[in-house]
Design a protein around this ligand. Structure first.
Ligand code: UDP
Length: 234
């Protein structure tokens, strides 16, 4: 393996997350909400519901429905992003839904819907992961019945090195970068989302997954801490 990335651009260790901040109950009009900042990637998630789904023909009498909406604000990136949905935002919304749905006890609210809106107000790579982490926290804050929290982080290969939590600068490394966003259920360690953009060997992927799981575990503890800060220790 050729190592051309000896020191990270921002001075972090290869297995270190960017500085993280989390807080719940930040949107008064929402049933649940959370803000998650990881370095210069910052997102806010708002949850509405469970509430009756309209029109009624969309209702599922067996279980509730989860809808996720990911959006990047125009000013969140250096080059203004045109407002409105894109193919990318539709894909990320779907990834979010798939990452979260299995942790919710949807059968406890038949005919109902839970809407999750995530707004990215500053983007510096890893926005889909921060969105999943914030959405799970906001769902818990809303009191939506769930088995466990989901946290997510990207791992990858930058200049021959396996790294945790890539920045945009790292994603754009001149020697090429491989980006692997992963989402994990806290206690079980079950992976609920895994994407791969770039090339990687089987051995490297194994190492990257271990590192990603470690990152997710740290984020999971921080999610719990953010909930405890509002609801107290139980
Ligand atoms: N990005 C951008 N403009 C866009 C979309 C993305 O500048 O219209 C940047 C932004 O910093 C984002 C990064 O590219 O975080 C990586 O985007 P990607 O699609 O890989 O998703 P992410 O890593 O944010 O989950």
């Amino acid at each position: 393996m050729i190592r051309v990335y000896e020191k990270r651009f921002d001075g972090r260790k290869f297995d270190e997350l960017r500085p993280v901040k989390m807080k719940v109950d930040v949107v008064p009009s929402a049933d649940g909400s959370a803000v998650v900042e990881i370095g210069n990637t910052k997102v806010i998630a708002s949850v509405f519901g469970p509430k009756p789904l309209h029109p009624k023909h969309l209702q599922n009498p067996e279980k509730g429905i989860l809808r996720c909406y990911y959006d990047m604000m125009s000013f969140s990136v250096p080059e203004r992003k045109r407002p409105g949905p894109t193919r990318r935002s539709i894909e990320i919304s779907m990834v979010m839904k798939n990452a979260l749905a299995s942790t919710l006890l949807l059968e406890e609210f038949p005919k109902a819907v839970v809407d999750v809106f995530v707004e990215v107000y500053e983007a510096n790579a890893g926005t889909r992961c921060a969105s999943i982490t914030a959405a799970s926290l906001a769902l818990a804050d809303a009191g939506v019945p769930m088995r466990d929290l989901v946290s997510a982080v990207a791992v990858g290969k930058v200049g021959g090195m396996i790294v945790l939590d890539l920045t945009k600068e790292e994603e754009d490394h001149p020697e090429g970068a491989t980006d692997i966003p992963i989402a994990m259920v806290g206690r079980s360690g079950k992976i609920t989302a895994l994407q791969l953009d770039g090339a990687i060997t089987k051995e490297e992927l194994k190492k990257a997954l271990e590192l990603g799981k470690k990152g997710c575990s740290i984020l999971y503890e921080m999610q719990r801490k953010a909930l405890k800060a509002k609801y107290g220790v139980r």
